[in-house]
Write a protein that binds this ligand. Structure first.
Ligand code: ADP
Ligand code: C5P
Length: 243
């Protein structure tokens, strides 16, 4: 769209539209593809920056008691399972430099529990989740869009291990949920968002080269950011001639 054409830099990434705005990175991909691992690797390399990691999982809708009785029929991989309105307003506040509260979602009770996490503004916000590239409003806030690609058998194996160990689920239920909801929704909703990605990372957690290149690019953008804070007129020149 027109707005994208005006803000896209020649290397395809969107420059923050105001020099004071934080740099937003979206990391999408199928379940257990390595999204969190990639985010942690980016965060570790950017140890000298204030980075905030946010997971889309925090924005799952709580299930009512009636819905909980039929939890095995619920599709947690459908876009409607997320409170995207709340996610969007939270991201918009962070974009404006305001503090926010991130809900505390519990995978066992399928509800938001206790008080949320207070998050102060940061210069880099990393948003991770299966469907972070699905909603156009969320996509438009992202300066860099990443899709982590991993073989589906590898993802299923990791998911089974993780759900059995960390989330205390029964293997039969995990497989049933996977074939009825996770796999079809991946094909219908997650995979089609790959086309929006600026960068596709194969074998996320093992791909040091991709992480190095991403971090280098973020540092370059932040450098321009600082320059633009001091000399606002240079911002236009940076965004036009960036390679
Ligand atoms: P996602 O956030 O996409 O669900 P995670 O990064 O949490 O995926 O990874 C899912 C599981 O797979 C975790 O238990 C993690 O430790 C493991 N994992 C991630 N990347 C790798 C890798 N490259 N090699 C082996 N295990 C990995
Ligand atoms: O970390 P990951 O990206 O795998 O988290 C998303 C997955 O969590 C979805 O595939 C969804 O099936 C699963 N989920 C779940 N139970 C919930 C909420 C999400 O199994 N209560």
């Amino acid at each position: 769209n027109i707005e994208d054409k005006h803000t896209l830099q020649s290397n395809g990434f969107k420059a923050p539209s105001s020099p004071k705005q934080p740099f937003f990175i979206g990391v999408a991909g199928g379940t257990a593809s390595g999204k969190t691992t990639v985010c942690n690797m980016i965060n570790t390399q950017l140890h000298d920056q204030r980075v905030v990691l946010i997971t889309q999982d925090s924005f799952y809708h709580s299930l009512s008691d009636k819905m909980l009785q039929k939890v095995n029929e619920y599709n947690f991989d459908h876009p409607d399972a997320f409170d995207t309105k709340l996610l969007l307003s939270t991201l918009e506040k962070l974009k404006c430099g305001q503090p926010v509260t991130i809900p505390n979602y519990d995978f066992n009770s399928h509800k938001r529990i206790e008080a949320g996490r207070q998050v102060q503004p940061a210069n880099i916000i990393v948003l991770e989740g299966i469907l972070v590239l699905h909603d156009s409003g969320v996509r438009n806030l992202l300066n860099m869009k990443i899709f982590v690609d991993e073989d589906s058998d590898v993802r299923l194996t990791r998911r089974m291990q993780r759900l059995a160990i960390e989330r205390g689920r029964n293997i039969e239920n995990v497989l049933d949920q996977y074939s009825r909801f996770v796999k079809p929704s991946f094909e219908d909703f997650v995979l089609p968002t790959k086309k929006y990605a600026d960068i596709i990372i194969p074998s996320g957690g093992d791909n040091d080269v991709a992480i190095d290149l991403i971090v280098q690019n973020i540092r370059m953008k932040l450098g321009q950011h600082d320059l633009c804070k001091i000399y606002p007129n240079i911002f236009v020149i940076c965004s036009t001639f960036q390679i």
